[in-house]
Design a protein around this ligand. Structure first.
Ligand SMILES: O=C(COP(=O)(O)O)[C@@H](O)[C@H](O)[C@H](O)[C@H](O)COP(=O)(O)O
Ligand SMILES: [Mn+2]
Ligand SMILES: [Mn+2]
Length: 347
C-alpha cells in the first residue's frame, strides 16, 4: 500500500465531514449521511489508487453510492496501466462509514466522525450487516481482558492492568434497553458508566489513547463499525474483540423482530461463516499486513474537534494512524472557499 495515500485519505475524511456538518442540527439524518457519502466518493475517485469498498452503505441495489463491491479510485479504469504506477495498481480494500453517528449530526450532538479503514486486498473482514458484541480496552489490557469473561471479571483485570481502582474506570456503553443488565453489572462492580446514544467507533478508539478518561467499550453495536474500530485499534495496539450476534433475542429491537436465530445462522453460513459464536480479535477483523485508519470530526468529540465554520472557510481536525507508521497524526486543517479573501482565521 502506497504510504502517500494516507495524505490524500485525510482529504477524503475531511471532505465528508465538511459536507455532512452543513446538515448539523437540522434534524435531517438522511441528508447528513448522503452529503458525507457523496463527498467521500467524489474525493476518493480523484486518488491514484485501485480501491474496492468492502464495508459501505449497503448492497448495490439499496445504495447508489459507496456500495459493497464498488470500485473507487483513478486506477480502477480499464486503461489504468497507462497512467498508474505498479504500486498504485495494487488492489486495496476500503471500509467506510462516511457519517458515523448520523443522529448525532442531525441533532447537533457530540461524537460524530467521517471514518474509513484501508488495507491490502483481503485485509479487512467483510462483516455482514449484523450486530456485534464488542470489547475495547487500552493497550495495557490487550490480551488480558476477554469478551468471554464476565464484565465484572474484565473490570478487575482492567483495574490491575491500568493500575487504578475499579471506581476509577469509565466504561462506555450504548444507551439501549438491551444493555440494562450489562449497565447494572458494571455499576455493581464499582465502575462508572458513560452512556452514549450513538457512535461506538469513537468510543472504541478513545480506549486506545491514555488521557481520554475512557477505559473500555462494552456492549452491542453494529458489526461493520466493529471492523473499522478494530482497524484503528490494530494501529494503536489496543484491545478489540467482537462476536457476531445472530440471536435476535440478544438485541431485541423492532428491526431484529424481522429475523430468526436459525435464519441468521443460515445467512452466516452462506457468507462462509460456519461458527456463529466465534470471537474475532483486532488481528482477525483487520488482518492485513498494512492497515490504515483515518477519521475526521463532524461534531466535536473526545479525540477531535468538529467542523468549525468561519466567514470564508472552515477548520477541521482529523486523525490518521497506521500499522506502518509510528505516529498518531492529528491534522488541523483550514479550508478556504475559492472565492473568499485569503484571511486565515485561527480562532
Ligand atoms: O451509532 C451508530 C450508528 O451509526 P450510523 O448509522 O453510521 O450513524 C454506530 O456507532 C453503532 O455501532 C450502531 O450502528 C448502532 O449500535 C446500531 O444499533 P441500534 O441503533 O440499536 O440499532
Ligand atoms: Mn456508523
Ligand atoms: Mn454511517
Amino acid at each position: 500500500m502506497d504510504s502517500t495515500i494516507s495524505l490524500e485519505i485525510i482529504e477524503v475524511v475531511e471532505q465528508a465531514a465538511i459536507a455532512s456538518s452543513k446538515w448539523m442540527g437540522l434534524g435531517k439524518k438522511d441528508e447528513a449521511d448522503e452529503a458525507a457519502v457523496e463527498a467521500m466518493r467524489e474525493r476518493m475517485n480523484k486518488i491514484h489508487m485501485r480501491g474496492r469498498i468492502v464495508i459501505g452503505e449497503g448492497e448495490r441495489d439499496e445504495a447508489p453510492m459507496l456500495y459493497i463491491g464498488e470500485e473507487v479510485g483513478i486506477c480502477t479504469q480499464e486503461n489504468a496501466a497507462e497512467f498508474c504506477t505498479v504500486e498504485e495498481l495494487q488492489e486495496i480494500d476500503i471500509a467506510v462509514d462516511p457519517c458515523e453517528g448520523t443522529n448525532l449530526v442531525a441533532y447537533g450532538q457530540n461524537g460524530s466522525m467521517a471514518v474509513l479503514a484501508i488495507s491490502e486486498r483481503g485485509g479487512l473482514f467483510q462483516a455482514p450487516d449484523f450486530y456485534m458484541d464488542k470489547l475495547a480496552a487500552p493497550p495495557a489490557a490487550k490480551g488480558h481482558v476477554d469478551i468471554r469473561k464476565t464484565p465484572t471479571e474484565n473490570l478487575k483485570i482492567l483495574s490491575e492492568c491500568l493500575n487504578r481502582s475499579i471506581e476509577e474506570l469509565v466504561v462506555v456503553v450504548m444507551d439501549r434497553p438491551r444493555h440494562k443488565a450489562l449497565i447494572s453489572e458494571i455499576r455493581a462492580a464499582g465502575a462508572r458508566v458513560r452512556l452514549i446514544s450513538d457512535g461506538d467507533v469513537s468510543a472504541a478508539i478513545c480506549c486506545g489513547f491514555a488521557g481520554t478518561n475512557i477505559h473500555a467499550l462494552m456492549g452491542i453495536g453494529a458489526a461493520p463499525e466493529g471492523v473499522i474500530s478494530a482497524a484503528a485499534m490494530r494501529c494503536l495496539g489496543g484491545h478489540f474483540q467482537g462476536r457476531l450476534i445472530y440471536d435476535p433475542a440478544e438485541v431485541n429491537t423492532p428491526e431484529s423482530e424481522k429475523w430468526t436465530r436459525e435464519g441468521n445462522l443460515i445467512r452466516l453460513k452462506e457468507m462462509g461463516i460456519e461458527d456463529g459464536d466465534k470471537v474475532y480479535d483486532a488481528h482477525e477483523l483487520a488482518c492485513g499486513k498494512n492497515v490504515l485508519f483515518a477519521g475526521c470530526g463532524i461534531t466535536p468529540g473526545t479525540l477531535m474537534e468538529g467542523v468549525r465554520f468561519f466567514n470564508g472557510g472552515c477548520r477541521t481536525q482529523s486523525l490518521v494512524i497506521s500499522t506502518q507508521s509510528k505516529t498518531a497524526r492529528f491534522v488541523d486543517t483550514i479550508h478556504l472557499t475559492s472565492d473568499a479573501p485569503k484571511i486565515i482565521n485561527l480562532r
